[in-house]
Write a protein that binds this ligand. Structure first.
Ligand code: ZN
Length: 238
């Protein structure tokens, strides 16, 4: 490796809108960017299928980024599905649970993902991890909060005896601002990749194409994505 470790980043990349924008953000900033995805027994593997398609679309549309885009890694975490009793992995209706969190919530999922990513990053010489966690417009997942992420960065740095940075470029953005960030980073070409190639819908629906992309149009993820898109376009027109 000729470049310094600080110029290598590992992006938690699910194939959804948020992590696609994070990937573009990292490609704009670091010399080498690798991606990691987690197969944890999601009820729908649509997102996983989108991952290589999105990477290829970015590679084709942005030659400068293509030169920096390193290998993709997929880690299987089947035990997470066994432990978690949620709507993503079982046939539970997606709704708000008694604890005020949606039934899609997998306890501590992001902490587990980031810890696995750090172990991989250690091996790959990438101590900057990039993830799409967000406090602003989210469903209340406590492991998306900045305090939790930065506490984990500290624990990883101590526990692996290397300085880990956890970068969360979407932390303080709402969904409209995430669309705008895609536009800033890669213009309409990147916005089009987000619309056409990424997947966010909790129900795994890809047969209906809306202005904002594919999805059922009614689940919480579709609702956020659609409203963010409308607000972004409205701000563009203003
Ligand atoms: Zn949906």
């Amino acid at each position: 490796m000729s470049e310094s470790p600080s110029n290598r980043a590992l992006v938690l990349f699910s194939g959804g809108q948020d992590s696609t924008v994070c990937l573009a953000w990292a490609l704009e900033r670091y010399d080498t960017v690798e991606t990691v995805g987690f197969d944890y027994g999601q009820k729908h593997l649509v997102e996983m299928d989108c991952r290589p398609v999105v990477r290829e679309a970015i590679r084709a549309a942005f030659p400068d980024w293509a030169a920096k885009l390193g290998p993709d890694h997929v880690l299987a975490l089947p035990e997470l599905a066994r432990i978690s009793d949620t709507a993503l992995t079982r046939d539970v209706e997606i709704e708000m649970g008694e604890n005020g969190l949606p039934t899609t919530f997998v306890p501590g999922r992001n902490l587990i993902f980031l810890t696995y990513a750090a172990a991989l990053g250690y091996r790959r010489g990438a101590q900057t991890l990039v993830g799409g966690m967000c406090e602003t417009d989210f469903s209340g997942y406590p492991d998306c909060r900045n305090d939790a992420i930065q506490a984990l960065a500290h624990a990883l740095t101590l526990g692996m005896d290397r300085p880990f940075q956890l970068e969360t470029p979407l932390m303080w953005l709402d969904k409209a601002a995430t669309w705008a960030l895609a536009d800033t980073l890669g213009g309409e070409a990147l916005a089009n990749i987000v619309i056409e190639k990424t997947h966010t819908c909790y129900r795994g629906e890809r047969s209906v194409r809306h202005d904002w992309g594919y999805g059922c149009g009614t689940c919480p993820a579709c609702d956020l994505r659609a409203r963010g898109y409308e607000n972004w376009r409205a701000a563009q027109r203003a």
